[in-house]
Design a protein around this ligand. Structure first.
Ligand code: ADP
Ligand code: MG
Length: 308
């Protein structure tokens, strides 16, 4: 759906985005993650047509149009990393203003604006001044505004930064809902844990370059820690270990009292099969989980330890 090809952007002699190539499939909830200064905002601003690249191209779907052209901009809803100041503007007027900027009729705006404000849970704020909204509400209003022209792709730059925990959860729920409704969504963040549980795939960027990208499960598989499974067994340990050692995809890493740590080299379905096999053979498994934080440690490793 979104194709970024060999994109390079320099600020003077400093290369902020360095030959970035990235494909985001239709229907994805894509997390664009990297420490501050990685080049996320620069990339997003180029995709949204707010800044020119020095080299490379951007394509959305099979539509060929210049980056920044009107045709391209219509396909994208953009939620920037800052919210402007709107003196004396009410929520409803704010939506009207953006709707007319997109060239919509006032009837369409009225109808859509109501639906969208309901979607972002701001229906009761229509007559409230934008400047008096909480930061979380402003962010949600920004999402509603970005959806007015029914874009195929929604891009949010650090939508959770500066939000309190409750507002973060609300934002996450909103994005999950939009994804379930079929929108393709790209969210940037410098905090991996914020994205890893909500996104279907992620791309990790560092110093202007893409370090890795793909579906979360696939990335997890590449990490040794991600293949490390912890088991707790209530029944006798010996038969359990014998069964485990018989499996080609299993390497027993360590055993301590009734806990085993194994390295598992296989797909998720095979892992479920392994658990089923143990249970069928009367092994009483009381805990069976993938080692946590391995994606986080990958991020730390790849980006030089700037994860929060
Ligand atoms: N307008 C600018 N002029 C000069 N350098 C910039 C400008 N904008 C960003 N940079 C630099 O480019 C790099 C990438 O910035 P940015 O795209 O904002 O990263 P991120 O959004 O991942 O934090 C940073 O080192 C930043 O200091
Ligand atoms: Mg940024």
């Amino acid at each position: 759906m979104l194709y970024i090809n060999d994109l390079t952007k320099k600020y003077g002699s400093y290369t902020a985005v360095n030959h970035l190539t990235l494909h985001i499939p239709e229907g994805d909830l894509f997390g664009f993650v990297g420490p501050n200064g990685a080049g996320k905002t620069t990339t997003i601003r180029i995709v949204c047509g707010l800044m020119r690249a020095n080299a490379g191209s951007v394509q959305i779907g099979n539509i060929s149009a210049a980056v920044g052209s009107r045709k391209m901009k219509r396909l994208i809803g953009y939620v920037p990393d800052f919210f402007g100041v709107y003196d004396n503007l009410k929520v409803k007027e704010y939506m009207d203003m953006y709707g007319s900027m997109y060239g919509m009729s006032s009837r369409d705006i009225a109808k859509l604006s109501d639906d969208l404000l309901e979607l972002v849970n701001l229906s009761d704020k229509k007559e409230v001044y934008v400047d008096t909204l909480s930061r979380g509400m402003k962010q949600r209003l920004c999402v509603a505004r970005a959806l007015l022209h029914n874009p195929r792709l929604l891009i949010l730059d650090e939508p959770s930064s500066g939000l309190d925990p409750r507002a973060r959860v609300e934002m996450k729920e909103l994005l999950k809902n939009l994804h379930a409704m079929g929108k393709t969504i790209v969210i940037s963040s410098h905090i991996l844990s914020e994205l890893s549980e909500m996104c279907t795939s992620i791309g990790i960027m560092n110093r202007g370059q893409l370090v890795t990208a793909g579906r979360i499960e696939d990335i997890m598989k590449k990490i040794s820690g991600g293949r490390r499974i912890h088991l707790r067994v209530l029944s006798d340990m010996e038969p359990a270990l014998r069964l485990l050692r018989e499996q080609a995809q299993v390497r027993v890493e360590s055993v301590r009292e009734n806990e085993v740590i194994i390295l598992f080299d296989g797909e998720e379905t095979r892992l479920a099969g392994l658990l089923g096999m143990l249970l069928q053979n009367q092994v009483l498994v009381t805990d069976f989980h993938r080692e946590e934080g391995s994606l986080e440690s990958l991020f730390m490793q790849l980006t030089g330890g700037v994860a929060e």
